[in-house]
Every structure is written in C-alpha cells, then in structure tokens.
Design a protein around this ligand. Structure first.
Ligand SMILES: Cc1ncc(COP(=O)(O)O)c(C=O)c1O
Length: 383
C-alpha cells in the first residue's frame, strides 16, 4: 500500500492533490511527494525491505505507486557497493548503477515516473535528454504500452540515440544543449498533446531516484557513509537522496544523527552549481559554451538548482569541478587497478575524491561512496 498523501511546492509549501496530473507548482517550482510518515512509523518495520526480492521497488511504502499490478518491470535490482580495495580499501566504495536495466541509474526515476503516469492516465511522454534518460524512458514507456519522444543534442553519444530508437522511442536531434532541447519539448507539449516529462517538472522521477538513498541506508545497516560524491547534471539524484535521508530521519530508522556530506561533482567545462556554491548564491546562472566528455553532466542550467544548493549547504557538503584530464586519469586508474569499468561521469567523482582527500576535506578513515551512474560499456573508451 502507498502512504502518499499529497504533493507540496518546494518553494512555497503549498499543497496539491496527488490523484491529479501535475507538472511544476503555481510558483514554477518542483513539486515534492509527501507521505504519512507517522503511519509508516507506526505500521512498518525497516527490516521488511530485506526480505522482498523486488529490487528497488522493495521500498513500496515510501513510493507513490497505488496499483502494483500495472508497474512496468524489466528486472530491477538493488545495485551493489564495490569497495576500491586495491586503491583505498573498504573506506571508498562505488555504488555501481551501471547494472540496472538500460545500463544506467535513469531506470530508477523513469520506471517510477512511467508507472505513475500510467496510473494517472497519461499516454504520450516527451523529454529532453543527454542520452541515458532517453534510453530509460523509451524502454519503460514501451514496456508500459505508452508513446515516448526525446529531444537531445546532436552530439549525444550515438549508442544512446540508437538504443532509444531500438526500444521504440522517437528521437529528435537538435543543434544545442539540453536546455535548448527542453524548449523544443515545450513546443511539442503545447502543439501535439505530449506530457512534459523533463527532470523535476513532474513529481515522481525524484521518488525513483530517492531509492538510491534508501538502498544505501539499508546496505550500510542504517548507518550512512560520511560522504557521498555524485556526478551532478540536473541533480535529481542528489536531491532525491537527501529527501530519502530526511524521510528516514523522520521515521527514526537511522542509527546516527549525522547525515552524509553531499558533494556535487561537475566538469570544469560545465560547472554552474560549483560556481554558484562557491559564490554563496541561492540560484545558479546558465553556463555558456558547456563542454565535457562526460555527457550526462553537461547541463548548463537546471530547474533544481535551488534544491541542489540547499542540499549541499544543509548537509555540510561541497561542490567540486574536475578537468577532462583528471576525469580520464581517474577513469583509467579504476579500470586498471580495480578491473571496474566506470562511466566518465562516475570517474569524475573519483577525481573529486582525490582532490578532497588531498585538501583533508575528506579523511582517509572516513567512509565515502562514489556514484557510478552508468555502465562504461556505453561510452567510447580512451585510445
Ligand atoms: C551517466 C550519468 N551520470 C550523471 C548524470 C547526472 O544525473 P542528474 O541529472 O541526476 O544530476 C547523468 C544524467 O544524464 C548521467 O547519464
């Protein structure tokens, strides 16, 4: 059963009914799903999740699904934590999201959002993407018998374009960045009856990303790691995990008071959140001429900028930019010393870890987790 009660504007706190279709709030901000946490606390034991063989769907009391019989499934799992034993011992672990269906963590958010869209009677889903999200949308929409279209930059990795089309989604290429693609999606929504499925413009993708935080808590025996490093584009994962930790705190399920310090990792060629964080700003400015080989974090402007910056500050975290050379060096180091093929976005988090370790911002004895958000096999590898 779901304990979903309502949606809430992330800026004004205004409530919206959850049995109707919503995009952004009236204030133009993301809507957050809210649950009856007091009832969950009274009726549910945290130990139930371990016994459910249902991958990331296991956390059903903290998810918005009403009708579990119509959920599109493609073999979802809880992803493994892999310690970088040769390089750093047990203190540094990689949460390897590349093993999910569609080869990236985008499966989490899109499986949830598609399932919820189906419950609410939406049938045509449109979204801008840098690649992996489009592939996940096409897979889950097709599985659920729905139509999908994505608009992506013309230089999106070709594998992402091919896998999206192969799985039944339409793809439109555009000479521009992901926010330019977002404008084209708004035209499709206005003219052709598509529903806007952009990051944080509908409330349920975030709930899927939240499962990363729930899983971490369970895997660490309800004692979260000290630091989490996340390759940040639209920032849904960062915001979703922080939401998970707050819900777990309110439920009294965590063994510690201190929540992880959240670190947003970006590339020096596209670092709007790092810039805003360092300048002490509440919102980020658009990053012009964005460039990085880590396509998933090439996001010049994100609708969740405020929520991301809030998360970093509330958690006592930070934001770090790493260069292309640092990304490639980190990528090779983990592949060659650990036998683990990351994606470049994931490798960026290792480059950031090394920087923060050198600055003593992270202690060698502190437990840290890197997010590897996609399989390295989707990317052209360094020569
Ligand atoms: C591999 C990879 N890493 C990181 C990101 C950024 O994720 P988020 O939008 O949650 O910041 C993406 C998004 O496209 C991605 O595909």
């Amino acid at each position: 059963m779901s304990y979903l009660t309502h949606l809430e504007c992330s800026l004004t706190g205004e409530h919206y009914p959850c049995d109707q279709i919503h995009g952004l709030s009236a204030a133009g901000r993301p809507l957050l799903a809210r649950y009856d946490l007091a009832a969950i606390r009274a009726q549910v034991e945290r130990s139930v999740f371990a016994g459910r063989q249902d991958g990331f769907w296991a956390y059903q009391e903290l998810l918005p699904i009403q009708d579990w019989s119509s959920v599109p499934r493609l073999g979802e799992i809880k992803t493994p934590l892999i310690p970088l034993l040769n390089l750093h011992g047990e203190q540094l672990m990689v949460k390897d999201e590349g093993r999910l269906p569609t080869g990236s963590f985008k499966s989490r958010g899109l499986a949830l959002a598609v399932a919820r869209a189906r419950e609410l009677g939406i049938n045509k889903l449109a979204m801008p993407t840098n690649g992996n999200a489009g592939a996940a949308l096409s897979a889950y929409a097709t599985r659920a018998g729905m139509q999908s279209i994505v608009v992506c930059p013309a230089d999106t990795p070709s594998i992402n374009i091919a896998e999206t089309r192969m799985q039944g989604g339409q793809v439109e290429l555009l000479d521009g960045y992901i926010d330019d693609c977002g404008k084209r999606v708004r035209e499709l929504v206005a003219n052709d009856g598509w529903f806007d499925f952009s990051t944080l413009k509908e409330p349920y993708r975030l709930e899927g990303k939240k499962t990363m935080g729930l899983e971490l808590a369970e895997q660490f025996d309800w004692r979260l790691p000290a630091v989490i490093l996340y390759p940040t584009g639209g920032g849904t994962g960062l915001i979703g995990m922080w939401k998970a930790f707050q819900e777990l705190t309110e439920l009294g399920w965590l063994e510690q008071q201190q929540l992880p310090r959240m670190v947003a990792v970006q590339a020096t060629g596209c670092a709007p959140i790092v810039k805003a964080f360092q300048a002490g700003k509440a919102e980020a400015e658009r990053w012009e001429n964005a460039q990085t080989l880590a396509a998933g974090i090439r996001v010049p402007m994100a609708v969740g900028d405020r929520l991301m910056l809030q998360t970093l500050r509330e958690s006592g975290g930070t934001a770090v930019a790493v260069s292309e050379t640092e990304i490639v060096t980190a990528w090779q180091a983990i592949a060659q010393r650990e036998g683990l093929l990351m994606c470049p976005e994931g490798a960026a988090t290792y480059a950031a870890y090394l920087k923060l370790l050198a600055q003593d911002w992270i202690g060698e004895d502190e437990q840290a987790v890197l997010f590897n958000c996609a399989t390295g096999l989707k990317y052209p590898l360094p020569a």
